[in-house]
Ligand binder design. Structure first.
Ligand code: AMP
Length: 664
């Protein structure tokens, strides 16, 4: 494809349309401009607003919103309102099953609608939600520095008309025009650009007649020497079926969607949803609490009491343990239970290993899997029909959940975006489409900046070159630098420059548990895969032990075309100095490896060498070592010294090999 950059006609600033994820437990606000969507933070950098409001019992005024109301909820059970979303647009009869979870009063109001009773007053759930929405609106106005009057708000796919209308009304009370209600799973899919074509993430640049910006590949044949496969772009399918798996703290739902791009724009259809409104991470916490309580009683006697403060400590500990087990294979639990009647300290300690935790929560996870099968059946789909699975909700960080979802849908689920934020980000993308911002965004058909990993000494080894068409795949072998090294850090970078310091860090992960081997022996295969939606998966596998680790990233968030252009220009401008710096890093790495090998050989057969020869070798080694440490070293002289050192050691190497053969 060819094309040229065109100057855009400047227009009046667009009125911002923010995206709001109005959640049962937490709510978020996001905004999308040409850089892509981003979460707007509140005071102190908070990204999540607990969906909790405390009212004054006497006059019905709002006393606290969000974190403050949440933190002191236990002290004000009757006038702290949480989970108002469960009551939106519902009658008391509808929510009877929820009432046992709600410590405040829920009564029947006008038109059979559920109301919250505080003192003498009744509040509609819409009014409570409006307090949350106004708080988020305030965050957005502060962050954007402008008045905000319009929002896209998300709701669960299973919300009926009354619940959707109630959500709109909540917006109106908060002074926000809800320009679109979007299903949460649809928003999650939009955040990943799965609407195939409305794309906010970007690369090339050419304005079409219809005003949309599309691709102009500036193909640089020399830059495209990577083994990128397949070489040509496979266009996004015009429609695809997507599953969205949403497991939060207290609710679970899975939806099957069909996302279609038509001439009239994006159309999405929720083919089915299934779930459980009382299933989530809190259940896993409860299981850990029960385990601790049971074992404490076994150790310190059945009669031991757990006052409210201890129960709260158990809850915090259980959640922290669960979260730790998402990253570690075991977690320590320690509870100080004070002293017993005889004054002896009572401390409960145990290690919970991930395998045991997984066995414990298997029934919960299997419940979600049964729902997935139900959703597939209702959508008249098989797992093979599902192109992508998007993970939403904090509890999808649990490795067992990811594994089981991958097994059922036979595809690596999308986890690159923060699962707590993905719905709000998608709502913001929808907002930008409605506001017309999206027109100026770029479509991702090629990779705008090269992708690679950090290697020893701060150099970047590029695997996928800029302007490769997507999908793209590249694989390279790496190894260890130190003898017995068991971990390798894989730092993923984006950019055209040669040094880590001049590129943009996209994320990093560690490959752990490599069996100890001499430096250079482990074979670590690193694979980059950029799929048709621009999502980058990086996987590292140590071939002997089959140990593997991976990361998923959406690499293009946060860069405008101008920034991509200027990074590219900088790479040309600094090409010579960058290449020199890279060459020096390579020479230093080579020098270190060679010196280490020579020292080993000297230790083995050095005593049998004649003194003059040995002194000569040691002289070369000392010179190369000094040059490796010299920041201002001339690369050509360094190269020559390295060659001379290598030549001087031919005899030494032969002797060492002969000795080794003799030993064998
Ligand atoms: P959400 O309702 O989407 O905000 O999800 C909240 C739930 O996700 C809570 O139960 C958290 O304990 C859980 N959660 C958050 N981070 C993790 C993690 N790293 N591993 C396991 N669960 C997590």
């Amino acid at each position: 494809m060819t094309g040229s950059k065109q100057t855009e006609v400047s227009e009046a600033p667009l009125e911002p349309i923010i995206g709001i994820d109005l959640g049962t437990t937490n709510s978020l606000v996001a905004y999308c401009d040409e850089r892509g969507p981003r979460i707007l933070e509140g005071p102190g950098g908070q990204r999540l607003l607990p969906s909790v409001v405390r009212y004054n019992e006497a006059d019905g005024g709002v006393e606290a919103v969000g974190r403050e109301a949440h933190t002191h909820a236990v002290e004000h059970p009757g006038n702290t309102i949480f989970s108002a979303k469960r009551l939106m647009g519902r009658s008391v009869a509808d929510v009877r099953g929820d009432l046992e979870y709600l410590p405040y009063e829920v009564v029947e109001g006008e038109h059979n609608t559920a109301r919250v009773g505080i003192g003498e007053r009744l509040f509609s759930p819409q009014e409570v939600s409006a307090v949350i929405l106004s708080e988020l609106r305030g965050w957005a106005e502060e962050a954007l520095g402008t008045q905000v009057r319009k929002a896209v708000v998300t709701v669960p796919a299973y919300f009926d008309d009354a619940q959707r209308q109630a959500t709109r009304d909540a917006g109106r009370i908060a002074g926000l025009q809800v320009v679109r209600i979007v299903n949460e799973p649809t928003a999650a899919a939009l955040a990943y650009g799965l609407d195939s074509g409305a794309g906010y993430r970007v690369s090339g640049i050419e304005k079409k007649e219809d005003g949309r910006v599309s691709l102009s590949t500036k193909l640089n044949p020399e830059a495209c020497t990577t083994e990128t496969d397949p070489p040509s772009a496979i266009p996004n399918p015009p429609s695809q079926t997507v599953a969205v798996f949403d497991l939060g703290g207290g609710t679970f739902d899975v939806s099957v969607l069909r996302m279609m791009q038509t001439d009239q724009g994006r159309v999405d259809q929720v083919l089915s949803t299934a779930g459980d409104t009382h299933l989530g991470g809190d259940d896993a916490d409860r299981m850990i609490i029960e385990l601790i309580q049971k074992e404490v009683r076994e150790q310190f006697g059945e009669q031991i009491e757990f006052p409210a403060s201890t129960r709260q400590a158990f809850r915090n500990l259980a959640e922290a343990t669960k979260i730790r087990l998402s990253d570690e294979s075991s977690a320590q639990i320690e509870v100080d239970l004070g002293v017993d009647g005889g004054g002896s300290p009572r401390v409960y300690r145990r290690t919970l290993v991930r395998d045991d935790f997984e066995n414990m929560i298997t029934p919960l996870v299997e419940k979600t899997i049964r729902c997935c099968r139900d959703a597939l059946r209702s959508a008249k789909c098989s797992a093979d029909d599902i192109g992508r699975v998007v993970m939403v909700g904090g509890s999808t960080r649990i490795p067992l959940v990811r594994r089981r979802v991958e097994e059922v849908f036979k595809t690596d689920p999308y986890t690159a975006l923060n699962p707590d934020e993905v719905v709000a980000l998608g709502a913001a993308v929808q907002g930008s489409i409605l506001a017309g911002v999206n027109r100026d965004m770029l479509l991702l058909d090629v990779i705008p900046l090269s992708l690679g990993i950090e290697t020893m000494g701060g150099a970047v080894s590029k695997l996928v070159m800029a302007n490769s068409t997507i999908p793209a795949q590249a694989t390279e072998m790496f190894s260890t630098y130190a003898d017995g090294q068991t971990n390798i850090k894989v730092h993923v970078l984006q950019g055209e420059r040669e040094l880590v310091a001049d590129c943009r860090s996209l994320g990093e992960f560690e490959l752990k548990g490599i069996p100890p081997m001499p430096a250079g022996l482990p074979k670590v295969e690193v694979t980059f895969l950029v799929d048709a939606n621009g999502v980058l998966s990086v996987q590292a596998v140590e071939k002997r032990s089959e140990k593997r680790a991976s990361i998923q990233i959406v690499p293009n968030h946060g860069l405008t075309r101008e920034e991509v252009d200027s990074m590219e220009a900088a790479s040309y401008e600094h090409a010579a100095e960058d290449m020199a710096a890279h060459r020096l890093i390579d020479l230093r790495n080579q020098a270190r490896l060679d010196i280490r090998a020579i020292e080993k050989q000297l230790a083995k057969v050095g005593d049998g060498l004649d003194a003059r020869y040995r002194a000569g070798v040691e002289g070369h080694v000392a010179q190369v070592r000094a040059m490796a440490d010299d920041k201002a070293v001339d690369p050509d002289r360094f190269h020559e010294a390295l060659d001379a050192m290598d030549k001087s050691t031919v005899r030494l190497a032969e002797l060492a090999i002969t000795q080794t053969l003799r030993e064998e």
